[in-house]
Design a protein. Structure first.
Length: 540
């Protein structure tokens, strides 16, 4: 027992150490976790005997619950809203098109049976949220035209669709299931959606009503609610992954108490779940079997990358007038990952007969996809001129504020600014704030008390970081073209008494508002509110 615990600790520490190597060389960290699992496995140096597919399926499915929930929880709905329609089309009908085309390829080119070919297509039809999020975050890779949000929504929401297709194909192949095919089709969609919405709002209501007497009980309560949101629809034949994903999106975009604590907790749990799932999948594999499936795996990867995925993307993004460059990045962002391998294990543990080694075929496909596409995604994005260096990709995640240390503030000195032509020692700065740096005509200066601020200067102010106190939160409100606040004075808004607009980002300008300030289209408002304060008449 003690030896096993020691081994677990060593593996976790190795995975953490390899994350730094991954960031330096651009290889997805999750790919390295799989390689470590292979290294410790039966065919590797560690010689750990592990071939229990049933146990691996249970452990990995449990880890997927947290990963998929947090994928929804971390999705910023405001950033994703302009592309949500395209993303949902890709994650539903796009998954179906990919599965069918790949199934036909496996049937007619690789000579699999029709249902077995369709099973392979269903298993690998989804893209991997964990891998996509990992690359975008680690490289701070924001993409033009909201493409980062498009990939995040698509990859986060298509695992439930792939799971549903896998279950349905296994049912057609004769898998003994207590539900009929028609009921399964109904239950997967309807129960997944209904229970996801129900548990989200029930959890939100209870979370704001309950008073947790001990610190940390709120995070345990949230985790229990997530598990329940998966278990209930799954018992009834519904799609538990769809349920927890919808629950995550709804809760992640609400003002809930102690949200920073929840973000930090699920950051850690999700990181551990990713280490567990990728390492365990590597441990379960037999590298000696990979040469036997290498050629069909390469063929499927090439078909996916250059035919199936581009057709699915073109079908749904071309009518939406997406540019060829954007479609190219979306094609390249179709990374396969852990969910596909978990669904392959599900097929192996079912009672259906398959002629091919589906687990190792899918495993090899995922390795090739992560190693090649994952490593080259940043390079391809820059070659296609799709990288947006002006904004931070972390803004597309709900935990942007929590991940970015807001210790420095940039302020532009425009004509007529109250600080224009004043010396630094003449400014009335708070006692714990410092003017730490000055940008003037592309030069960086360290100011002293006699430095005079002039028009065009950009000053960097430094102050102690604000840790969101219990009951309060800062968030951004974007004023789109149809927002009900556009062209109104702040004094005319029906804001709760505990809510205050503290800053307006207007293009390159930063505005400190007052009651007579008129709000304009494309303004970004920074709002300070109590968590239980409700903003009235918000219409985006």
């Amino acid at each position: 027992m003690n030896e096993a615990l020691l081994l677990c600790a060593i593996v976790i520490l190795l995975c953490i150490a390899c994350s730094g190597i991954s960031q330096r060389y651009g290889v997805p960290a999750l790919f390295i976790f799989i390689l470590l699992g292979m290294l410790f496995g039966t065919d590797g140096l560690g010689k750990i005997p592990f071939d229990n597919y049933a146990t691996a399926e249970k452990l990995c499915s449990t880890a997927l619950i947290v990963i998929i929930f947090y994928g929804g929880f971390g999705t910023n709905w405001k950033a994703a809203k302009p592309v949500v329609g395209k993303a949902i089309l890709l994650s539903t009908f796009g998954v179906l098109v990919t599965a069918v085309l790949t199934g036909l390829f496996c049937t007619f080119v690789l000579k699999m049976s029709s249902l077995e070919g369709l099973l392979v297509g269903a298993i690998i039809s989804s893209t991997d949220a964990a891998t996509v999020f990992s690359i975008l975050r680690s490289k701070k890779l924001n993409l033009k035209y909201n493409t980062a949000s498009l990939l995040e929504i698509e990859s986060g929401s298509n695992d439930p669709c792939s799971y549903m297709l896998t279950i349905l194909v296994l049912s057609l192949m004769g898998s003994t299931h207590k539900y009929s095919f028609g009921y399964l089709l109904f239950a997967q969609i309807v129960y997944g959606v209904l229970f996801g919405i129900f548990f989200a709002f029930a959890t939100l209501w209870l979370f704001n009503k309950l008073k947790f007497l001990t610190g940390g009980l709120d995070t345990i309560f949230m985790l229990a609610a997530v598990v329940m949101a998966y278990a209930v629809p799954t018992i009834l034949g519904g799609n538990g992954y769809l349920s927890v994903y919808l629950m995550g999106i709804i809760l992640g975009n609400q003002n809930i108490k102690n949200k920073i604590t929840l973000v930090h907790f699920f950051d850690g749990v999700t990181g551990l779940a990713q280490i567990l799932i990728f390492f365990l999948l590597g441990l379960l594999s037999f590298p000696s079997q990979l040469p036997k499936v290498l050629l069909p795996s390469i063929a499927i990867v090439l078909f996916l990358s250059f035919i199936a995925r581009p057709i699915a993307v073109a079908l749904f993004l071309t009518p939406a007038k997406a540019s060829l460059k954007q479609q190219g990045v979306v094609n390249f962002g179709g990374l396969r990952g852990a969910a596909s391998i978990v669904f392959a294990i599900l097929a192996v543990t079912s009672d259906v007969f398959v002629e091919n080694d589906i687990f190792h075929i899918v495993f090899c496909i995922v390795l090739l996809s992560m190693a090649i596409q994952g490593t080259l995604l940043p390079f391809a994005s820059r070659k296609l001129d799709m990288v947006d260096d002006a904004t931070n990709v972390l803004k597309t995640f709900n935990d942007y504020q929590e991940e970015t240390k807001l210790q420095f503030v940039k302020l532009s000195i425009s004509k007529g600014h109250v600080w224009e032509n004043y010396k630094v020692n003449e400014l009335s700065l708070p006692i714990d704030m410092r003017l730490s740096m000055l940008l003037r005509e592309n030069k960086t200066l360290i100011p002293n008390g006699d430095t005079v601020l002039v028009k065009g200067d950009v000053v960097i102010l430094c102050a102690p970081q604000f840790d969101e106190g219990e009951g309060t939160s800062l968030y951004e409100e974007y004023l789109g073209i149809n927002h009900s606040w556009v062209s109104k004075k702040i004094s005319e808004l029906k804001l709760p008494k505990d809510t205050l607009i503290i800053l307006i980002k207007r293009g390159e300008e930063t505005v400190v508002p007052h009651g007579e300030t008129i709000l304009k289209e494309d303004d970004i408002l920074v709002i300070n509110t109590l968590n239980d304060a409700k903003i009235g008449q918000v219409s985006c």
